[in-house]
Design a protein around this ligand. Structure first.
Ligand code: FE
Length: 140
């Protein structure tokens, strides 16, 4: 498992997390990560960022001081399996497995299993079944 996000963050909780994307550079602010290197601890909601907040990418690259006003709410549509790297893409779904195109990750069935890990006996033996809690959002 990657250590980028707490392991106990389930789909139900993730659905309530409000991420924001910089309209200029595409940087995504996630309250799960925060920006500890900028003094913003993980767990800080976007709404609670100081009014002086500046997009760290635009700020660093000299594109200008893009503040909170330059961000739009953003919802991930792709999730990557942290065991094997398989990407669930909401736009594609998994029609061959009965999951229609357009199905959000948060609406996957409780017994959803990573289709790649599920076919690999070695992975099964080492990690057990890899469900949705083995995935994390792709910030693209
Ligand atoms: Fe997998």
């Amino acid at each position: 498992m990657s250590k980028k996000e707490p392991a106990n963050v389930g789909v139900a909780i993730m659905a309530e997390i409000n991420r924001y994307k910089c309209k200029l550079c595409g940087y995504i602010y996630s309250p799960l990560r925060g920006e500890p290197h900028n003094g913003i601890p993980a767990g800080t909601p976007f709404e609670d960022l100081p009014e002086t907040y500046v997009c760290p990418i635009c700020g660093m690259e000299g594109k200008g001081k893009i503040g909170k006003w330059g961000f739009d709410e953003w919802v991930p549509t792709k999730f990557v399996c942290s065991v094997c790297g398989y990407v669930y893409d909401q736009n594609r779904g998994e029609p061959h497995r009965g999951i229609k195109a357009g199905t959000p990750f948060s609406k996957l069935p409780d017994d959803y299993r990573c289709p790649v890990c599920n076919l690999d006996p070695k992975i099964k033996k080492e990690f057990g079944p890899v469900g949705t809690n083995g995935f994390e959002p792709l910030y693209v």
